[in-house]
Design a protein around this ligand. Structure first.
Ligand SMILES: C[S@@+](CC[C@H](N)C(=O)[O-])C[C@H]1O[C@@H](n2cnc3c(N)ncnc32)[C@H](O)[C@@H]1O
Length: 349
């Protein structure tokens, strides 16, 4: 990319951050667009980026690396720009970022794509699971595709306030309460009898460096998200779920089959768009085949919290296909799960 285009990518990312309620990180991106220069190894690597900087999430790689160094106490001037400290002046932020760019450890951070695991998405997936529990009347076996660290595979361990009503564990380590619009989801009994996940690169949260990496990609001004992730990680590490390392289609084809007395639930959140087209097609074909053989005693559910069209700007949706049953558009939502416009199973897909 030309240098000017890289700067434009940082400014565009700044706009996205503002739309996702992170105005300070938006300012960080805008400021980086200005202060990056060829006086540091990181500046040269970023400004001479060989690929598509936006598609490669280049700004998020750099922002995550800077945040990691600030979190470990190595960039005190930048840490002073982030909560709980007051919002910095433009000059203080520019000086802190320009100084931070001299740390060559950032080269490692820009070498690989950010990987996140947003636990607030459980606040969108859980009501979908309650619909499945209500419609099938059966315990559920959970299978997550693109599970990352697996935090959303533990969704029944969290507490919820959904549409003004409480769900989930009363003594939960964290409670998710997305901004809700619509009737509450069904208060169906939910029993999870099995859970298993897959990712091309599963994150092992028992490793402290992996935990810290995941934390660094949470925008530091979103203090609630930071605390939520810390609590979810602590609970998960005490009782981890094993994840398989594989392509989602290979895994679905070898693992997903219906079973008597259990609702088999395949789910994913903000992952499908990252799967190659061939992987997507193979997953859809396997689900349709397995679904054709499903019965009321051995049903199959496919719950998807995804963008309907990754190239458009419409918000993500929560969709359910149930065999036997039908297709439902359950909710329109927010990429991080902050807002749910609940439509419920009364809405045709
Ligand atoms: C944006 S993350 C979402 C993670 C998690 N579902 C969440 O909501 O926080 C997308 C995940 O999909 C995984 N992924 C990408 N391509 C994949 C594939 N072909 N098979 C399995 N996982 C894949 C990535 O490694 C990453 O962990």
């Amino acid at each position: 990319m030309a240098e000017a285009d890289v700067r434009t990518v940082f400014a565009k990312q700044g706009d996205w951050c503002r739309r996702l309620d992170a105005p300070l990180v938006g300012r960080v991106c805008d400021t980086l667009a200005r202060v990056l220069d060829d006086s540091t190894a990181t500046g040269r690597a970023v400004l001479g980026w060989p690929g598509d900087g936006f598609a490669d999430a280049l700004p998020m790689r750099l922002v995550g690396g800077l945040n990691a160094l600030a979190r470990r106490g190595d960039l005190p001037a930048l840490a002073a720009c982030y909560p709980p400290n007051p919002s910095p002046t433009d000059a203080a932020l520019a000086a802190a970022l320009a100084a931070g760019l001299h740390d060559d450890r950032l080269l490692d951070w820009i070498a690989s794509a950010p990987q996140t695991n947003e636990v607030a998405r459980s606040g969108v997936l859980m009501p979908g699971l309650l619909v499945i529990a209500q419609m099938t009347g059966l315990p559920v076996a959970l299978f997550e595709l693109g599970a990352s660290a697996g935090l959303n595979l533990r969704l029944d361990d969290y507490g919820y306030v959904l549409g003004g009503q409480r769900f989930g564990r009363a003594d939960a380590p964290l409670t998710l309460a997305p901004k809700w619009d619509g009737a509450p989801p069904p208060a169906a009994p939910l029993k999870v009898v099995a859970r298993r996940g897959v990712d091309l690169n599963p994150l092992d949260l028992r490793d402290p460096a992996t935990r810290e990496k995941l934390m660094a990609f949470v925008w530091p001004e979103q203090v609630e998200r930071v605390h939520r992730l810390e609590s979810a990680i602590a609970a998960f590490v005490a009782d981890p779920v094993a994840l398989d390392r594989a392509d989602a289609a290979d895994w679905v084809e070898s693992v997903i089959a219906t079973s008597d007395g259990v609702a088999t639930v395949v789910f994913h959140s903000i992952a499908y768009q990252y799967f190659p087209t061939a992987t997507q097609a193979r997953i859809a074909a396997h689900m349709a085949n397995a679904g054709a053989a499903a019965t009321a005693a051995a049903p199959l559910a496919w719950l998807r919290f995804e963008l309907d069209d990754a190239s458009a700007e419409a918000p993500p949706t929560l969709r359910l296909t149930l065999w036997p049953g039908g297709e439902y558009l359950l909710a329109r939502t927010h990429p991080h799960g902050a807002v749910v416009h609940w439509l419920g199973a009364g809405s045709p897909a």
